[in-house]
Design a protein around this ligand. Structure first.
Ligand SMILES: Nc1ncnc2c1ncn2[C@@H]1O[C@H](COP(=O)(O)OP(=O)(O)OP(=O)(O)O)[C@@H](O)[C@H]1O
Ligand SMILES: [Mg+2]
Length: 267
């Protein structure tokens, strides 16, 4: 079993040999904004490195990245050598997602664990990413079997970005994924925490409301000796644009990308 995993890891590493940095977006909790953060990070990185940024949507059951980037319904092209190419989205971001293989947007993926893992392995080995500055992996929610198996498969990651909302039920669960990352990938693996939906910018009264409590990200950073990379407000434009496939929140994500690059380049 162990050698099987080693072979898989080697194959995946070979498929990604021209990828300079690989990061994972993770959270212990569902619906806190992992895919929103992953896709906006990809766009903000893509602005800096056009055509040299990739995003792999590893959430097979809820593959949202294609929708958020407005490339849902596109299909994967296969080159003459048989290697499929990622679909190119806004800012030249290269995207691999289960969404490109589903018949319709409401087709569910109802695979059990082992089949999912086999498909995932194929996903991670088959695609021709070309040379990339950075590849971002969007994870499914949780710290259960699926997340652990995926984390084991991914080759020499350069870091993990943790997403939480300020709410205690989120920071509690998300703290677990932070600990899991450190256990599996080493003490230095966590690049920091992004606190999403930190405040609600109300368009009608022009004030900020704390929807999910305050200071959760900071408290988590303190408790786990990490740092808050940035706070993203609950912004109706983000929600509306994502549904329209126009995800782009550079104002919020550009400073985070600058911080991440500084950290990644030190590694
Ligand atoms: N900062 C934000 N402002 C407004 N809406 C947001 C924000 N972040 C996320 N959302 C919305 O919240 C919902 C959940 O976000 P998202 O799908 O990114 O979460 P997730 O953690 O990836 O969920 P899952 O666990 O299902 O993968 C989406 O409708 C998204 O558009
Ligand atoms: Mg998601």
């Amino acid at each position: 079993m162990q050698s099987n995993l080693k072979t898989q890891q080697d194959e995946i590493a070979a498929a990604m040999k021209n990828v300079k940095k690989k990061i994972v977006v993770l959270s212990g909790k569902g619906g806190v904004g992992k895919s929103t953060v992953a896709s906006n990070l990809a766009l903000a990185f893509g602005k800096k490195f056009p055509g040299k940024v990739g995003i792999a949507d590893l959430d097979f059951s809820g593959p949202n990245i294609a929708k958020m980037l407005g490339i849902e319904g596109k299909r994967v092209e296969v080159q003459e050598n048989g290697k499929p190419l990622p679909v190119v989205g806004p800012m030249g971001v290269k995207v691999v997602s289960m969404a490109f293989f589903l018949e319709t947007t409401s087709t569910p993926v109802v695979w059990r664990g082992p089949i999912k893992m086999k498909a995932l392995n194929q996903f991670l080995t088959d695609f021709d990413w070309g040379p990339l500055e950075i590849l971002i992996f969007d994870m499914p929610p949780g710290t259960g079997d699926e997340a652990i198996s995926i984390m084991q498969m991914l080759p020499d990651l350069d870091g993990v970005v943790i997403v939480t909302t300020p709410q205690e039920v989120s920071t509690l669960d998300t703290g677990k994924s932070l600990v899991m990352s450190r256990k599996m990938l080493g003490e230095e693996s966590v690049l920091g925490i992004i606190e999403n939906m930190s405040v609600f910018k109300c368009p009608s009264c022009d004030t900020e409301h704390s929807l999910f409590g305050e200071g959760g990200g900071e408290k988590m950073a303190k408790d786990f000796n990490s740092e808050v990379l940035g706070q993203i407000p609950f912004d109706l434009n983000i929600r509306v644009n994502e549904d329209k496939g126009l995800s782009e929140a550079f104002d919020y994500f550009s400073p985070i990308v600058t911080k991440l690059l500084a950290k990644l380049n030190k590694k």
